[in-house]
Write a protein that binds this ligand. Structure first.
Ligand code: ZN
Length: 418
């Protein structure tokens, strides 16, 4: 017989076959909300436990928690002053990811931890956290993903890259390579580039796509790819792609002289295209030197997004020559997803000097599954405490076009194949 939940003005009670399992006493807390509104939430006062086994008590607590969420429109808040046995039950629900940390009235509560390990329980906890803290984001275009429940999607207006020529250049190159893969029926999902110490590193989300690029690319073909206009179903995007091709043709292969050394080096790298490959499982064996374009063709199991391959390379080879050739940049076709953005930000906070796209895109569960425990803690924390995500408005104004972000997936329908 399933556990039965009843409630009166003071508490919620869970019973099994008429036998009490636990009672949760609560009070309503009302506070001003926005300008003229009020919001009433439920705060747990006390939990009284009766004779029952621990799994029954845990299930009962979870059911009451969900019932309160249904009644109040949000889950109950949990004070620090509960007694030991009640905390034990709650800590199990925390560990399983069924209660997010934001419900704690004392955020410093150390004994409550989500299990974010790579164990089976850890994976289930990650799934529960995603279910409790995120909502699906779907729009009319083929976009999907998720975002923290209370946050919103902010559409960023098109921007100028006047001050960020390296970022612009890397984005254009990444976008052209992306479409080249697509017309040849490879699905890179994303292409990202890292500028580091006089070299470029290219990564995609698909090892097959990177291997394809690695096998095919020559200086001549790269020139051809960068100067080709790829056509996609979206007219605005096609126009933007045509501008990318024109700009690359003029700036990389024409008489253009970039004002800064870093872009001059990238121009030379693209023109000469000296190819090398990187196996991220064995970075110590690689003699990383200036003047090369590296492709990440072999990767650690468990890492998928292009930015994460590049971050690994950057962390390993950074600081070899004090950025004699200009500081490192990671930039690609799309925004870093919510999860990768957290790993990038964390690396920056730990003292790694580099620039990247600072506006996170949508959240993808797959990346959280693959994140290390420390980064996953950070992601869950950010998911719990809300963070807005960004998409790009594709309306070009002032000649700028943001073209793409972490969700768009324009499939080219006509362009050259090899
Ligand atoms: Zn990502």
């Amino acid at each position: 017989m399933p556990i039965e939940i009843t409630n009166d003005v003071f508490g919620y009670q869970a019973k099994d076959n008429g036998k009490k399992i636990l009672t949760v006493f609560f009070c309503d807390v009302t506070f001003p909300y926005r300008k003229y509104q009020e919001r009433t939430v439920c705060e747990i006062r006390d939990v009284v436990l009766y004779q029952a086994n621990i799994s029954q008590k845990t299930e009962a607590m979870h059911l009451i928690y969900k019932k309160i969420e249904e009644d109040y429109g949000e889950p109950p808040y949990i004070p620090a002053e509960l007694d030991y046995d009640a905390k034990k039950i709650l800590s199990i629900l925390f560990s399983q990811g069924l209660i997010p940390k934001i419900q704690l009235l004392e955020p410093e509560f150390e004994q409550y931890k989500h299990d974010l390990s790579s164990s089976k329980a850890g994976k289930a906890a990650k799934a529960n956290i995603v279910a409790t803290t995120t909502k699906l984001y779907v729009s009319s275009t083929p976009r999907y993903g998720a975002l923290p429940k209370k946050s919103s999607v902010i559409e960023r207006a098109p921007r100028s890259y006047n001050k960020d020529r390296t970022q612009q250049l890397l984005r254009h190159v990444a976008t052209q390579l992306f479409h080249f893969c697509k017309v040849n029926h490879y699905e890179p999902v994303e292409v990202q580039l890292l500028y580091l110490e006089g070299s470029l590193v290219i990564a995609t989300n698909s090892i097959e796509a990177t291997n394809f690029l690695s096998a095919q690319l020559t200086p001549e073909l790269l020139k051809h790819i960068l100067c080709t206009t790829y056509l996609v179903p979206d007219e605005q995007e096609s126009k933007a792609l045509s501008r990318f091709a024109r700009k690359l043709k003029a700036r990389v292969y024409g008489k253009h002289t970039f004002a800064h050394k870093r872009e001059q080096i990238i121009q030379k790298l693209l023109r000469e295209f000296k190819k090398s490959v990187i196996d991220t499982r064995n970075l110590a064996k690689i003699n990383f030197e200036p003047g090369q374009i590296y492709l990440v063709t072999n990767i650690n199991n468990g890492v998928q997004h292009a930015e994460m391959h590049l971050l690994q390379v950057l962390k390993f080879f950074e600081d070899q020559s004090g950025h004699a050739y200009g500081s490192p940049v990671i930039y690609g076709k799309k925004r870093p997803c919510f999860t990768c953005h957290i790993s990038l930000t964390q690396a920056e906070q730990e003292g790694l000097e580099f620039s990247f796209n600072n506006y996170p895109g949508l959240f993808f569960f797959g990346e959280l599954k693959r994140q290390t425990e420390t980064s996953a803690q950070e992601t869950v924390h950010t998911l719990t405490y809300y963070r807005d995500v960004y998409t790009s408005s594709s309306v070009p104004t002032n000649g700028y076009c943001t073209l793409s972000d972490s969700e768009d997936d324009g499939t080219p329908h006509a362009a050259h194949k090899i």
